[in-house]
Each structure stands twice: as C-alpha cells, then as structure tokens.
Design a binder for this molecule. Structure first.
Ligand code: HEM
Length: 412
C-alpha cells in the first residue's frame, strides 16, 4: 500500500525537515503504511546522492539491514566524509580507510584491532579521570558571570573530546590544537552542515598527519600505551600509519558530535520534562543515558547499498539500490516501545537503535558514550540542580545529524 500522507517530492534528506519536529510525524506515517518506501530524489544525507533511496523506518527492518552486511554493503557509501583532492590523492582513497565504509573481511580485520581501545577494562580505567573532568566542566559553567550561558559550548562540547584524547593518550599540551581541528572539521558554523568541507579540510589533514606521526613515532620507539598496541602488536595484527590516521579522524567525528548532541538533547529533554529531571535527581537511574540516546537519536540515519536483488518489507530491492536506515524512526516504533513518544528515563528494556542496528558496525564507543552521559548528568544534578531553559534550542541544519548548535540556559 502506498503511503497517502506523504506528498510527492517528500524527501527525508531535506536538511530543514528536522528543524523543529522530532519525532517526525512522517516517520510514523511511513512505519504504519509503507515501512520501506522508495524516495526518488535525494539531498545531502550521509552521502545519499542523486538517484533516490529506500527509506526503511521499522525497527525490525532497520535491524535486518544492519545485520546482513552480505546483502546490504557499507562499502564506501555509508559515511561520506568530504575530502579535498589533496587528501584523496595522498591517501589513495580516503573513504576506503574509514571503518564505517568497510565490509568484511577488511572490516573484521580492522575492527578486531581497534576494538582493543574500547575493552570494558580500558573504559573503566578512564572513569575516574572523566568524572573529574565532568565535575570541572560543570563547576566552570556554574561560576560563569552573566545571567545565562550556552550549554552546548560551555558543557556539552568538552567531555567527548577529552574522552577521545584520554582514550588514545593525546598529551595534555597537544589537546587544544586537537580539539580545535576536531571542531573545525564538523563545520558547525556553516549554514548547511558538512563534515570537513572547506573550512575543515586543513584541519582534517592536520589531524591525520598528527596521528600518522604518532604512529610512526611509536613504531620506532614503542611505549606502554594504546597507540603502540594498535600500530606495532605483531601477533595480534596492527594498523599501518594511514589506517591509524583515519581511525583517529573517525573518532574525532564519530565520538565527538554524537555525544555532544546526546548531552545537549538530554539536557533539553530534562528541561522540558521537569518530572523526569526531579526523578533523575532523586534516583539517578542507570537507564537514563540509554533513554536519552533513544529519545535524541543523534545519528538520524546511515546508508547501505544492496549487493544483490532482494526483498524487504514486501518491496523488491535491486542490486545497487541505496537503502537509508532511519534509526530515528525505528526508535519510536510502537511495535517495540510502549508509549514510544514518552521520554521515560526508567525505560527498561530499551532496545533502541541509536547506536546502530546491532550488526558488525555497531557503535564501538557505546560504553564510553553512556559513561560520559552518566557522568555529566550526575555532575549537573549535584552542582546545578535548578537549571532552566532561557530560549529555544537553535538546531543544526542537517538531515543526518540530529544536532543542536546552541541552547541557552540559566541558573535559578
Ligand atoms: C558507529 C552512534 C558515540 C565510535 C556508530 C554508528 C552509530 C553510532 C549509529 C553506526 C552503527 C552501524 O552502522 O550499525 C553513536 C552515538 C553516540 C556515539 C549516538 C553517542 C551518544 C561514540 C563514541 C565513539 C564512537 C564516544 C568513540 C570515541 C564509533 C565508531 C563507529 C561507530 C568507531 C564505527 C564502528 C564500525 O564501523 O565498525 N556510532 N556513537 N561512537 N561509533 Fe558511535
């Protein structure tokens, strides 16, 4: 059955669509009437190019696509990061070096190496330092002069960057420049969101070069650190310098703004659901971070390409067709979530797909992200329990990243 409520020309990759209406009513329409729908034109979402794509909106179908990489390939098209010609030429083919764009067996090899960074032990080892950071960030915000401050720049931005720096052991003296490059790469100030376009190109190159130098250095002089374990572990396999450079670049994109937006959306959700904030302050439920990610779904969608003719949701998908998996739609699927449009920080179980659909590309940084969200809201609940909104959030213009550029808040 065709979905009657969507006008011709409707496109989920329109960057204005997410501006004010999350969750989108159109997602609900599609899930109900046409959960796999061909959208004939395309905009700028995560590499969705001209020619159209299948919009997949049901939880079960998003999971199916994510867990069948042999039918739905990530090769090259999942996350197009725009590089200038210089990077493309020098790095041979930059997109191929991005983990998100790899298929097995290459993906299995590289992921097998980089996941050493994210073991539960490695994340636990960071906890105390990140807790101290979270407290310091919140304390600095609390004591700012003036009536109000921007929650995004003053609170949400720093912890995700510090976490990545801690994870790979970036020396303190280098962090300011790493943070500067990382922020420039995601072009938050552009009228239309882009990763590493123009203003960020130089920064991406600098970050890659910095990481490659780090790798070369550890190969020559091994140390007791994670970079050494990634680039020179002989029996377990290791990354070459190019691979390490692009791994760090991907962390700076995948681990930075996702978590920043989750924290900002979480704050906004608490401010607009005071009952949930009261409950959080009283009980500190460990389920809150996952509900924030479900509710916010910072990554709206990713893309796959069909490697063969197949069927999905009653539709014939042809080899080569692009398939958009809309996590934001799946996360409000009433077949899976009771009262899906209710923000409930005690929701349990919460099988949301905000970190991906459970396939081989499932978010590597999930435990770290959950830890960061927990730490920052615990710190806010202790130090700034009476925060209030001082205006509406200013949203990022993007159909891919569900982001907030500015959220003014004030202390009572
Ligand atoms: C992949 C979301 C935080 C590192 C992904 C994917 C999503 C996602 C949707 C793709 C999953 C798929 O295709 O099946 C998020 C959200 C975050 C977050 C919502 C914060 C709330 C982080 C952090 C890091 C990280 C903190 C690391 C510091 C990665 C990596 C991948 C990934 C390396 C690629 C995995 C692969 O291709 O094998 N993330 N992420 N993410 N994420 Fe996250």
């Amino acid at each position: 059955m065709q979905c009657p409520a969507l006008p011709d020309g409707f496109d989920f990759t329109d960057p204005d669509l997410l501006q004010s209406r999350v969750p989108l009513p159109e997602f609900a329409e599609l899930r109900r009437a046409e959960p796999v729908r061909w959208i004939p034109q395309s905009g700028n979402i995560a590499g969705f190019q001209d020619g159209g794509y299948w919009a997949v909106t049901r939880h079960a179908d998003v999971k199916y696509v994510s867990t069948h990489p042999e039918i739905f390939s990530s090769y090259l098209n999942t996350a197009i990061i725009r590089f200038n010609e210089h990077i493309q030429r020098d790095a041979i083919d930059a997109q191929r070096l991005i983990l998100l764009n790899m298929d097995p067996p290459e993906h299995t090899r590289v992921r097998g190496i980089v996941q050493r960074v994210f073991t539960p032990r490695a994340i636990r080892a960071l906890e105390q330092r990140l807790r101290d950071r979270a407290l310091a960030i919140v304390e600095t915000a609390r004591t700012l002069p003036g009536d109000s401050f921007d929650f995004v720049t003053q609170v949400a931005c720093e912890l995700p960057l510090q976490a990545i720096a801690e994870l790979i052991g970036i020396p303190q003296d280098d962090r300011a420049k790493i943070f500067d490059w990382s922020n420039k790469m995601i072009s938050y100030d552009d009228p239309e969101y882009a990763i590493t376009e123009e203003v960020g190109q130089e920064s991406a190159m600098e970050l890659i070069a910095y990481a490659m130098n780090m790798a070369a250095d550890r190969k020559q002089c091994p140390a007791q650190d994670i970079v050494t374990r990634l680039v020179s572990a002989e029996d377990e396999g290791s990354l070459n310098s190019d691979e390490f450079g692009f791994f760090v670049l991907m962390l700076a994109v995948a681990g930075n703004e996702t978590t920043r937006n989750a924290i900002t959306h979480g704050m906004h959700a608490f401010l607009t659901h005071p009952d949930q904030w009261e409950r959080y302050k009283a009980e500190r439920p460990s389920t809150a971070a996952e509900e924030i990610v479900r509710w916010a779904t910072p990554v709206n969608a990713f893309q796959r390409t069909a490697t063969q003719d197949t069927e999905l949701g009653g539709k014939q998908i042809r080899k080569g067709d692009r398939v958009g998996i809309f996590y934001a739609a799946a996360n409000h699927d009433p077949d899976v979530f009771e009262n899906p449009d209710v923000f409930d920080i005690t929701r349990d179980p919460n099988p949301h797909l905000g970190f991906g659909g459970g396939g081989p590309h499932y978010c590597l940084g999930k435990s770290l992200a959950v830890l960061e969200i927990d730490l920052i809201f615990n710190a806010i609940a202790d130090a700034m329990p009476n925060l209030r909104a001082a205006g509406d959030p200013r949203r990022l213009r993007s159909a891919w990243i569900n982001g907030v550029k500015e959220l003014q808040v004030t202390l009572d």
